[in-house]
Design a protein around this ligand. Sequence first.
Ligand SMILES: [Mn+2]
Length: 226
Amino acid sequence: MKKTVIGVTPLFDTEKDSVWMLPGYMEALTACGALPVILPFDSGAGTLERTLGICDGFLFTGGQDVSPSLYGEEPIPACGEAYPPKDKLEAELFRLAYGADKPIFGICRGIQLINAVLGGSLWQDIPHHKMTPPYDRVWHRVNLNVGGPLRELLGVPALGVNSYHHQGIKTLAPSLLAMAEAPDGLVEAVYAPEKRFVWAVQWHPEFSWRTDGAEMKIIRRFVEMC
Ligand SMILES: [Mn+2]
């Protein structure tokens, strides 16, 4: 059987000057039968077009804060450091993949990046959403919106999720709909109703998929749609 190839956007450690990856992304995709491939930061001529041809779907990973310039703001002091090559790669790759209606899944920074590129904005610093390790624990509830595909997939009205983020969606992009919200009103999962599969979550299934069947279902649905 031909394996589904998932392009995974790279992480970068500026202190070690090193490309790196959280094993959870790779292991969860592998456990669902996919072949995850870590992408390069290069978004030069021809690279992304070829990448689009090779990959059946794309995972937009966590990482540094999205540069506020992507949503037309100046950084406030509490905003974390941006890594411009990741912003550039992910913004360009997302636009191409979204235009081609390729399946896309965003996690943490991924939901923020997708919302910003599609014209939404972000809170640059929010309290109460940054848990301490271990991260495979429930930190808060999210309510799953009636009629949303996440509620349809899981068949429950609410879900316990982990929470390791200090930014989040402020204004939702026009082409996205919320499908899960925290009790404080923060949008924690979105989808693009006009696309085959563009989903993103603010929590971290890469930490909880082994112990939480709902998180595994979400990743499996992404792979199935690729
Ligand atoms: Mn949260």
